[in-house]
Structure formats: C-alpha cells, structure tokens
Design a protein around this ligand. Structure first.
Ligand code: GLA
Length: 692
C-alpha cells in the first residue's frame, strides 16, 4: 500500500505523517477525500516564509480531507513549479470539534516510492565542518536525520537526497527534499518489509506538543521536492533554479553581490577607529566594495561575555559612532555594513539587568550558557518589539547597506514564562515563528540592505532564512581544503550566490594549515567572495595578487554567482576535484581544479567539461596566478612568479566528451616554464570562451 499522508490506527505500521491525540481522546485518525481545488500560482503561508510562485510559474492543487468522527479537516497543498522541476508541499489541520486536540507530530510531506534500491545522501557535520556529504545504502528499517538544537543546525541539514544505487553526479534517477524551516527538523527514510520506501520531512516531533482548540488551525512549513534523471548535478540544477527564482527575493535577489572585507579575523574584538581606518584604506586599494564591522562595536563588548542585547554603539571604541565610520568607508568609495546577533542576551548586559525574564530559562533551574550567552525569548511579543525597535534605530543611525545577522548558540533550558505549563511543547516552534516575524518586519523597513545570515558559521543554512537574507555565511572554517568539502556539500542543495566564502590568513585560524593564497581565492570565488584578514600585514606581492584576484572576480562574478554550477570530479571521492560554472547561453565557463595532495610521478590531468556547445569552438586559458617564494622556496628564490601559461582551442564536443590534457605537473626534475607546479593544496582556474 502507498499513502499520501499516513495516520495512526488504520493498519499502516510504517512511520506516520500525523500523530495526534484527536478530539475524541484516541490516536486514530481517518481522513477521507472531501474536496479539491486547482489554481494557477500559489498562496503565501500565513506566518512563515514560503516559496514565491507567480501565476505563470506554477500551479497549485489543494486536497481537502475530512475525519467525520472527530470533525477535523486536513488539507494537503501541492504546487508544481514548471521551470525548476520542483513540487512544494505542506499540510494544514483544522479542528472543528468542541474538544481540543494535541498534535504530537505533523509532517510537511510524505513520499512513498515503490522500490528500495536507493542510497540516502545526507549533509552532516558540526561547527567548522558543516554539510559534509554522507552516503548510506537504505535497507529494511528506518534512518533518521534531524535537528534538536533549536535551529536547522550544522549537525544535519534538512536537505536530503535519495539516489538509485547506480546514479552518479551526471547520470541516474535521484530525488531530493528540503524544508523551508529554521528550527528543529526531521527527515525519515524507511524501507518496509514489502520493499517500499517512505520519505517524510517536517518539524521534529522531539519536544513538540501543540494544543489545537476549537476552530484553530496548524500550518506546517513547506517542503521542497525534486526529481532528476540526470544524476546529482541534475538535482542541484533544479534546486539552484528554485532557490534563485522562488526562495531568494528582494532587491538583492538577482543583483551581483559586492566583494567584502570583514574585520573579524583581522582584529577580533580588539579594534579602535585608527585600526579600522588602516584596514579600510587597504581594502579600498585592493578593490574591495564593502567594509563589514563585525562583533564588538556595541555596549561594553570587548570579549564574548557581555553586552548582547545592548544595541547601542560603544563610543570608547568608536568616538565618531557608526555614522562617523560609515562616512570614512563611504569616502573611500565602499559600502558599510555591520554585525548583529539580535536573538541573544548576555547575563552581563544592561538588558538582562532590566529584563531577566526575557532570557530563555526555567524557574528555579540554573540555565546553561553557550558562548557565555542565553537565548532571548522570541516567543514573547514584548521581546520581539524591543528587538525590532532597537534594530530599526541602529540601522537608521548610519548609512548601513549590509547586515550580518548572527545566532551563536544552540538551545538549552527551553521554556517561556509567557506560555502556560502545559504548552511548553510549543516553545521551539513559537520561537521560530517569532524570528520570522522580526525578520519580516526588519526586511520590510530596510528593503535595500543586503542581509547575510550566520549562525556560528553555517549552523542555520536553510531555505527559510534565504527567504529574508539572500546569502549565508557558509562556515567559520575558511581553510581552503576544508572549504572544498563544505562548499561542495552545500552546493548539492544551494546555489553559489547563497554561499559567503572568504579568503583568510595562513596559517588558517581554524586548522593551522597553510594553503596557497591563490587556492584560497580559487575556492572562495565559487561563492560570494570576501576577504577576512589583516591586509596591512601582507607583503607587497600578496597585496598585488589580491588586487588581481578581485579584478578577476568582478569581471566574472555574474557567472561565478549566478551561472549553472556543476561538480565535475567531486572532492569527496577524488584527490583532484573540479567544479565548473557555465553561463546560461553556454558561451562561457570557468573551471576550478583543486588538488588535495601532491603525488610523485603524477598522472596526466585531464579537464573534461559539461554543457558546452558541441559545435562551437572555445578558447581555454588558465587564470594568471602566482606562486610566492615562501610557498615554493626551492624553485623561486624570492618574490613571486607567474605560473605556467596554458592556452588551447577546441570544439565543445571534444571538451565535453574527451576533455583536454593539461601540461605536466612537476615531477622531481626538469622544471621549466611549462611545468605545472601544483603542490599540496594547489589549484588552477580555466576560462572557457566561445569564439565568434
Ligand atoms: C560567529 C560568526 C563569526 C563572527 C563571530 C563574532 O562565530 O560565525 O563569523 O561573526 O561570531 O563573534
């Protein structure tokens, strides 16, 4: 038996989509078809973000089901998006009975497939190790990925894929699902004894218990489903198209994003106007377009143990205020942006002195702290009003054109003083709805600010926040090698324009690894490029290299941010990985080639493309890169040296089908200008341009 939306008590013993104590006190629900509606376009969900769907872009089917005994209606929504190959789904339950009911679990979607020879692909990790790809063959029983941290989490992303065992990056049947939700999520893949597969996705039932009174309605978040017979890259193409066209919105949605310098890893909390001005000048010389002042500009915040909640400028550090600094930045021709962490409160803050009851904690129990901070109770209207008012004041106090919205701890001691004792099971979801309400208001007041969401790096990289903030800080880990895994993993479900990616100093602050400056760039350019290091500490050569990197990025960023992205040889399976972006008209492409470790007597490297026009001739050239003396002391005595020049011409069909051989990698002896010196963590970028 296959079901659209399985309930308890009527003979389906697999995992259910709905579990509720119904108005008659039983767990049994039996929903029968009552009515349906089909219409062009789609409606917004009321109190949460959902996919945008204009009339021409999609069509919606609403199926109304009814449980006559309990007088409860269940509506299932399906919207098909023609161009993205995506179906969004959600469900809504309304209790018409005079008794209340309690929802213990309500999924956004259920998908029953008739077979089970699938691999489940999930994206898991921790801080600094977000969204690493893991593949497991499904077999009888259940496999669950979820989040219980209160946010969509770095532990398991809500994006999952199911691929036929023989499917690859480029070939085969694959399914995928994501959830437009910032809170605890839950995804299940279950193979039944009959060899069928069930997939579920929705709000995590963990600590969830929602009371539904007479005539009350509960709406689930939206799930996003897609299918491709073109392998995992096909899934990514669908998801990227969908996110770019139906999730990200507002004035920055399709606009090229500025190259930024963030002062966090350059100064941490230790800055003053003079230090910042020096950085600002260096940034302007390098061609940076946006200067971002990170944590530490407000209250008495000189470390991570105070002042969250006190959203007013620290004039000891910044006597000229945010306005003065914004002017300095603007005078250098750059935009100015700041960091905030609005959902948090420090014990050591004026706000806590005034409103201890606003911090999430349980009466008579000492609250656990995370990074010395507590979560603000966003289920409360007074808290949300205070935050909106404070942020409106700050964002209007200077010419602020960019905001990094951070959220740096997971939940503990979940409790709201405003909720009755028997409704604490609503806390997690009400918190998420509170965050949405605040974001909705703020982004409406400041429609032109570019928002980037962040949560200790990528702890809340999900579709719901992308509805408000067009880009997300992918990870605090900026080590180029680790970023290959993190960005590759992220790319399965999210487009490059959603991923913040920075070049930082070496040895890297998270891993202590040193990677070449050109590799740090070659990785970061497959995303929204930024720099996060003390530019004044760089050598003349490094400054020159950065200037050229930024010029290259600006020239090609429309393609790098919004082009069609393909994983050619995936980093998870290969020592040499490659990524490629191709323009919509197929006339241009950029390929990044990345090596983990050098091998002695390395094989010939071949780059094989996808999607170039078969009958067109392309020129292929490598980006002008440099090797610094301290990266390769035995070959270069001092200063820097350009790498080999490679230049080819070939038909698209040759490039797509056979590929071209690159020049020989360095191999013990016989170094000359044509030899490709890659080293450990070496990389190159190749530009493909169609000849007229
Ligand atoms: C988090 C972010 C960092 C930085 C710090 C500031 O860890 O991910 O990028 O903003 O907070 O405290």
């Amino acid at each position: 038996m296959s079901a659209e939306y399985s309930t308890v008590g009527k003979g389906d013993y697999r995992e259910h989509a709905l579990e509720a104590v119904m108005p008659d006190g039983s767990y049994t629900a039996d929903f029968i078809y009552k009515d349906h509606l089909i219409y062009e376009g789609k409606n917004k969900l009321e109190n949460m973000p959902s996919a945008r769907g204009e009339k021409e872009a999609c069509e919606t089917l609403e199926i109304q089901l009814y449980d006559q005994v309990c007088d409860v209606t269940l509506t299932l929504y399906y919207t098909g998006f023609y161009k993205s190959n995506v179906i969004t789904r959600s469900s809504k339950i309304t209790n018409h009975h005079e008794n209340s009911m309690a929802i213990r679990k309500i999924m956004s979607m259920q998908l029953d497939l008739p077979q089970s020879d699938y691999d489940l692909v999930t994206f898991d990790g921790l801080w600094g190790r977000e969204r690493h790809k893991h593949i497991k063959p499904l077999s009888q029983g259940r496999f669950v990925v979820d989040s219980k941290t209160g946010v969509s989490s770095n532990r398991h992303n809500p994006f999952i894929m199911l691929k036929k065992r023989d499917a690859t990056e480029h070939y085969g049947d694959c399914y995928a699902s994501n959830l437009i939700y910032a809170g605890n999520h839950y995804e299940v893949a279950e193979v039944s004894p009959f060899g069928k597969t069930r997939i579920l996705s929705g709000i995590n039932p963990h600590c969830f218990d929602w009371k539904l009174g007479t005539n009350e309605t509960f709406q689930t978040p939206e799930a996003v489903l897609t299918f491709s017979d073109q392998g995992l890259n096909g899934i990514s193409q669908n998801m990227h198209h969908f996110v770019s066209n139906h999730i990200v919105r507002g004035s920055w949605a399709k606009k090229e994003r500025p190259v930024l310098l963030n002062n966090w890893e350059a100064t941490y909390f230790d800055f003053n106007e003079e230090k910042l001005e020096a950085l600002i000048q260096e940034a302007a010389h390098a061609g940076i377009e946006l200067f971002v002042l990170d944590d530490g500009w407000f209250g008495e915040r000189n470390g991570d143990n105070s002042s969250l909640g006190d959203w007013f400028v620290n004039t000891k550090k910044l006597p000229g205020g945010l306005g003065g600094l914004a002017k300095t930045v603007n005078d250098q021709g750059m935009m100015f942006g700041i960091w905030v962490e609005p959902e948090m409160i420090n014990h050591n803050s004026r706000l806590y002195e005034k409103h201890p009851e606003w911090a999430v904690q349980i009466p008579n129990r000492r609250p656990s702290q995370g990074r010395n901070q507590m979560v603000l109770d966003f289920t409360r209207q007074d808290v949300r009003d205070y935050i909106v008012e404070s942020l409106v004041k700050v964002f209007s106090s200077a010419n602020i054109e960019y905001v990094k919205w951070d959220m740096n701890r997971n939940f503990s001691d979940m409790f709201s003083l405003e909720l009755p004792r028997d409704r604490q099971g609503e806390f997690f979801h009400r918190y998420v709805l509170g965050v949405y309400e605040v974001l909705d208001q703020i982004t409406k007041v400041f429609p032109n600010i570019l928002f980037e969401s962040c949560s200790a790096g990528g702890n809340r990289f999900d579709l719901s926040l992308l509805c408000y903030m067009p880009q997300t800080w992918t990870s605090d880990n900026t080590d180029a090698l680790q970023r290959l895994y993190i960005q590759s993993g992220t790319s399965y479900g999210y487009p490059l324009s959603a991923m913040g990616a920075h070049v930082s100093a070496v040895p890297n602050h998270q891993t202590l690894r040193s990677t070449p400056i050109e590799t740090r760039f070659n990785v970061a350019m497959f995303g929204v490029l930024g720099y996060e290091l003390d530019l004044s500490k760089l050598s003349k050569g490094e400054k020159q290299i950065i200037k050229e990197q930024i010029a290259f990025y600006k020239k090609h960023r429309a393609l790098l941010q919004f082009g069609q992205f393909y994983r050619l040889d995936d980093i998870f399976d290969n020592n040499i990985a490659s990524w490629m972006v191709v323009s919509e008209d197929r006339k241009k492409g950029i390929l990044g080639l990345f090596q983990k470790l050098t091998n002695s007597s390395p094989a010939i490297d071949i780059i094989k493309t996808v999607e170039l026009r078969e009958d067109a001739i392309y020129t292929i050239s490598n980006r002008k890169q440099f090797i610094l003396a301290d990266e390769k002391q035995d070959l270069i005595k001092e200063g820097m040296k350009p790498v080999e020049t490679e230049c080819y011409e070939a038909y698209g069909d040759l490039l797509n089908r056979a590929g071209i051989k690159l020049s020989q990698q360095f191999c013990a002896s016989g170094y000359n200008e044509k030899i490709r010196v890659m080293n450990d963590f070496g990389s190159r970028a190749y530009i493909f341009e169609q000849k007229d």
